[in-house]
Design a protein around this ligand. Structure first.
Ligand code: SAH
Length: 483
């Protein structure tokens, strides 16, 4: 049976799709229904029919799912940011746990009984809102000629005016409102994407959850912000009387400690440019994950959910089983967050990362924390590691041996997972343990299959909910060398 565009079908949703949509079947014909929840019976309006399946959207909920909840944000549907806000948080966690489990079984080829034996329950958040320490709000002029900030409506470039994002840090709304007032009163223009005219493109706000330090960076289509001194004055006088973030000590207050502009005059979707001009304070804010300090500048990468990052990295550290004498490789190390975490307990940590600026940050953060038992390399993991191995496998110095045959290798690759050349060298280096941190359980399962067909055994698995209300799930796994 084939259906036409705009035809309506009654369907019961039985599954969750990769982008958060509901999946249901009518006589073997699969529907991917936007904004429908597992357990709903809905009227689906077909938007894009194909031979064996169709994309659709939820026209009407006939019988609501028992897992449906009222959304906190009234833009939860049209805004692309949250895909699962209308699903109860318990159910979100269960769906993520199931997704990791299913991928390990279907793609990884592991026995279901074995996975059920070793898999730990997902680490969720007690308060799954306002967890992000960073947000980039696009700015535009609305129909009435007023400056607004908010979010792009899912997959489009039209802005939904909303300064009250339920995932953003608590101080964001107040700061954004002040910037918009400044723009209106001082007649500072907003950027118009189509005409490539106007000044303010985005507002980047970052908050140090342990320190209360806040960074504001205005991305501008130009080199200077007119009346920048007035904006600085306004922001410094702003009383940020909002609830504290997790970790923030009672005697600490929010304080804007860094204000800058970032020039981006290109006609591009890329948000940030490369030139930063400091208007006030320091060029960075400081934040801690556990006992480790990080200096974060407007262009630095930093994990966006520090509370869950701590949970994830503590688990990775526990899985690594360090006693103080180990040498460890940390592949895909970014700014060295995991490397420095491991360096607290290891003899030596070697980090590899493709982005040179991230390695600069990693080295600076190592120095800041007085951790001289770290060494960082710029390059692709699949080139640096095999290159190192081929070059040094005949050498005999002790440090070379420790690097060639480390005790532990940690990997935290992007979604596409590890390159085969990287996995092959890992197998040659034959560490006692491999800790795999993953943001995509499908590629994780694929890579684990390769490692476990050879010399490794999967010992522990823990999913971690770093991004509540979205479909994403992180996982940390421990593999041990077979006896
Ligand atoms: N562990 C880091 C971040 C991991 S995100 C942290 O917690 O901060 C994945 C990282 O892999 C990114 O920093 C990305 O730039 C880097 N990367 C992507 N492809 C890579 C490759 N082929 N080799 C090395 N690093 C890579």
């Amino acid at each position: 049976m084939e259906y036409k565009k705009n035809s309506k079908l009654e369907v019961t949703i039985t599954d969750l799709g990769v982008n958060g949509e509901g999946i249901g079947k009518v006589d073997g014909y699969t529907l991917f229904v936007k904004d429908a929840v597992v357990g709903d019976t809905v009227v689906a309006l077909i938007t894009k029919p194909k031979k064996n399946y169709a994309y659709a959207r939820c026209e009407k909920v006939l019988v609501p799912s028992p897992f449906r909840v009222a959304t906190r944000c009234k833009f939860a549907g049209p805004c692309g940011g949250c895909q699962l806000q209308m699903v109860s948080y318990d159910k979100q966690l269960q769906m993520k746990q199931d997704k990791v489990r299913t991928n390990l079984i279907r793609i990884g080829g592991f026995e279901d009984t074995y996975i059920d034996q070793i898999m730990e329950p997902i680490a969720g958040m007690t308060e799954p809102f306002h967890y992000r320490n960073k947000a980039q709000y696009p700015v535009a002029i609305n129909k009435d000629g007023k400056p607004v900030a908010g979010f792009y409506a899912g997959r489009t470039h039209s802005i939904i005016a909303n300064t009250d994002c339920k995932l953003g840090a608590n101080p964001d709304e107040l700061i954004l409102s002040e910037i918009l007032k400044f723009m209106e009163q001082e007649k500072v223009s907003a950027y118009d994407e189509e005409k490539h005219k106007g000044l303010i493109r985005h507002v980047l706000i970052r908050t140090g959850f342990t320190t209360g330090e806040i960074m504001v960076c205005l991305v501008i289509n130009g080199t200077t912000l007119p009346k920048g001194d007035l904006l600085v004055k306004r922001l410094c006088n702003l009383k940020i009387d909002v609830p504290k973030q997790a970790f923030m000590k009672d005697d600490m207050n929010y304080q804007i400690t860094s204000i800058s502009t970032c020039t981006n005059t290109e006609k591009t979707n890329v948000i940030m440019g490369t030139d930063i001009t400091l208007l006030y304070g320091k060029p960075y804010i400081t934040d801690y994950i556990g006992d480790i300090a990080f200096q974060i500048s407007p262009l630095s990468f930093f994990q966006v959910n520090p509370q869950q990052t701590k949970v994830l990295y503590e688990t990775a550290l526990e899985y690594a089983g360090l006693k103080g004498e180990e040498s460890v490789w940390d592949l895909y190390c970014g700014i060295g967050t995991i490397s420095l975490f491991l360096a607290q307990k290891a003899k030596m940590v070697y980090g590899v990362e493709i982005i040179p600026q991230a390695i600069e940050d990693a080295r600076r953060n190592a120095k800041l924390n007085c951790m001289d038992n770290t060494q960082f390399f710029v390059g692709k993991a699949e080139e640096v590691l095999p290159g190192f191995y081929e070059e040094h496998s005949k050498a005999s110095s002790e440090s070379d041996t420790n690097m060639l045959h480390p005790d532990v290798i940690v990997v935290d690759p992007p979604r596409k997972g590890c390159d085969e050349a990287c996995l092959e060298t890992m197998l040659k280096m034959a560490p006692e343990r491999i800790v795999y941190v993953s943001c995509d359980s499908a590629t994780l399962a694929r890579d684990l299959k390769i490692l476990c067909e050879k010399d490794y055994e999967l010992k522990r698995v823990m999913p971690c909910d770093m991004f509540p209300m979205t479909v994403h799930v992180e996982t940390v796994c421990l593999l041990s060398k077979k006896p």
